[in-house]
Design a protein around this ligand. Structure first.
Ligand SMILES: Nc1ncnc2c1ncn2[C@@H]1O[C@H](COP(=O)(O)OP(=O)(O)OP(=O)(O)O)[C@@H](O)[C@H]1O
Length: 257
């Protein structure tokens, strides 16, 4: 039992990655030069480093969106068993984990056109509902689940000071800060085992920054492991358990042919 609690939720081991620049005759741009870090439950690790050093790229690797050249990204699922290497996992396995255990607040909101903000976020709850996933639910059951999910999202939107008049509008026309709060709501609405935050407060005013700081603190207290990029020093100091700098290139940064 002891062993289980000291095992990190996430163990990143010597991850290396380059991009292939197809518009430049396939040149290679090395970005991650052997990143290693462990993140435990309840910890918030802030990635720090110069612009362009690969922080957002690493976050996308941790979410299973990008493959890596080498190294491992071991995620200890709450289902138990051997950790899953997110760098190697099948797409379906990554999607299943995203449904219940991985959450990601990206810098920019991507949502289906014509779906209202409240439903964009409620969808995240519905997708993870084991009863709905079982396929054993009739129409009335679906409607009840939808109502419950929408009520939870409404609470979160109110907490994030999103004006009620826009809750049912598609977020495509929202301001940057409004879109970011929809994104934050989607990342936080369901408890996650691993939460990835890419500049979650970049477009927010001081009042909403404080709300997000409180939400991050609550997620940590609930045992979520967090990896984030926080350019705002005040936010970083408030939420980070520790900072991790990405390793620089062994030689001066260059583009390999
Ligand atoms: N999909 C991609 N294809 C090619 N190059 C990319 C891609 N994504 C990122 N890069 C390049 O990889 C490098 C790292 O980008 P990344 O966004 O990870 O940096 P960052 O550390 O998050 O920067 P910032 O602090 O400015 O957000 C940059 O040089 C960027 O141009």
């Amino acid at each position: 039992m002891m062993m289980k609690s000291i095992m990190p939720v996430l163990s990143v081991q010597d991850v290396r990655k380059h991009f292939t620049l197809h518009l430049r005759s396939g040149q290679a741009l090395p970005v991650l030069h052997g990143v290693s870090l462990d993140v435990h439950a309840g910890e918030c690790v802030a990635l720090v480093g110069a612009s362009g050093q690969g922080k957002s790229t690493l976050i996308k690797c941790l979410y299973g969106s990008y493959g890596v050249d080498s190294g491992r990204i071991l995620f200890a699922s709450e289902q138990g068993g051997a950790p899953v290497d997110l760098a190697q996992a099948q797409a379906q396995q990554v999607l299943d984990l995203r449904r219940r255990e991985l959450a990601y607040v990206s810098q920019f909101l991507r949502a289906l056109p014509r779906v209202g903000a409240l439903d964009v976020v409620a969808e995240r709850l519905l997708q993870a509902d084991p009863l709905l996933l079982s396929g054993q639910v009739d129409d009335a059951g679906w409607q009840a689940a939808q109502l419950t999910a929408r009520a939870r999202v409404a609470e979160l939107f109110a907490r994030l000071n999103l004006p009620e008049a826009i809750w049912d509008l598609p977020p495509a026309t929202f301001s940057g800060g409004e879109q970011q709060r929809v994104n934050i709501a989607r990342g936080f609405v369901q408890p996650a085992r691993l939460l990835l935050l890419d500049e979650p407060t970049a477009s927010l005013d001081a009042m909403n920054r404080r709300v997000v700081i409180e939400m991050i603190a609550a997620a940590k207290a609930a045992g979520t492991a967090i990896v984030g990029i926080f350019h705002d020093e005040e936010v970083r100091e408030a939420v980070a358990s520790r900072c991790v700098a990405l390793p620089p290139a062994a030689q001066p940064e260059r583009i390999l042919v």
